[in-house]
Design a protein around this ligand. Sequence first.
Ligand code: GLV
Ligand code: MN
Ligand code: MN
Length: 413
Amino acid sequence: MSGADAVKEDRLWQRHADMAKLGGTPRGGVNRQALSAEDAAARNQLAAWAKARDFDVFTDAIGNLFIQKSGTDPALAPVLSGSHMDSQPTGGRFDGMYGVLAAFEALEALDDAGVKTKRPVMAVAWTNEEGSRFQPGAMGSAVFAGACRLDDMLGQKDWKGIVLKDALAETLKAAPAPIRDGAPGFPVDSYIEAHIEQGPRLETAATTIGVVTAIQGSRRYIVEIDGEEAHAGTTPRAARKDAYAAATRIAAAMYEATADADDTLRFTIGRVDVSPGSPNTVPGKAVFTIDMRHPDNAVLAAHEAKLEAIVAAKAPPCPARIERVTNVPPTDFDPTVIGLVRDKAESLGLSHMDMPSGAGHDAMHIARLCPTGMIFVPCERGISHNEIENATPADLAAGTRVLVEVLEALANR
Ligand code: GLV
Ligand code: MN
Ligand code: MN
């Protein structure tokens, strides 16, 4: 039996159902934000499944969780596969979790089929990919790849002021695993991440496998505006320093400035905090996030300049600051890994198409370390970052079969 033949669709589907109970929401999704009690529960679940197989489990100083199936040559660097288990506040059960469970299923399938590889094969669950609670997203993979400093990340605060270092310590206390000493990061031969597409192209084309060629660039900002609290009933317009009014002027100008004719630039204001949050007090502070993405870094740079000009022009009389929290350039994946995904999909008789990724993934950081690629499978109506996100057991298993074949090929190079 080959490793791909040993992939068990039912087992993979059941594991998604089991994980969906951890932080489960009424509409069938999950709220399992990074370094929460629910995240710890998912870590414990994954580690328990790994230990039942006698796979090695360990974590690193940013909480990335690794599971290793040994190779025949212990001197060789491992082939790595995985994604993330944290979710959006109203997330789906497949975003991230699929890549982790597909990698784990791959380890089990190789084990069940008695397949030995030269290199170790490792599954990983990266810490805080979503970046909904702590900024920036894709944090664990960024630290692993050296794109962010560990100490800077440990000092990050969530929206309630909780320091990441404390949340991480709580999480690792609740979900203990042996910690590999030193700064995160070790030699990796290659990396491959499975993920739902999070867009409609595969479903529309009735195609099972997305051969991912690239990820578009992304930048994220926090804009902070200071106003002056005042009485809503008595303060004339000319005397107001209304922080929210300034935020809406900036937002309106940015929506207009980013409305490109070919609908390629992605611009989102996903969070607005207004304080003190009282109906009859003029807001003294407004803080909002901007998420901007495009395949061309020069376009992102040009729109960053526009943002600076718009804030300078529209914020007065309120002082405003822009903090750039993420700047990830576009990523091109490795031709060898791309070719392997395409060839393995083909030889398994699965329909496939090449495509770039609109969403960000941990793979964008790991691609700076080693040959990297991704496998997409369809999700219903392309909906993601939504509790109703859905995918079929057959598609999830098909993507995992391709993953097993690619891992085996990479691990025997
Ligand atoms: C990841 O969830 C992203 O925002 O692309
Ligand atoms: Mn994801
Ligand atoms: Mn996501």
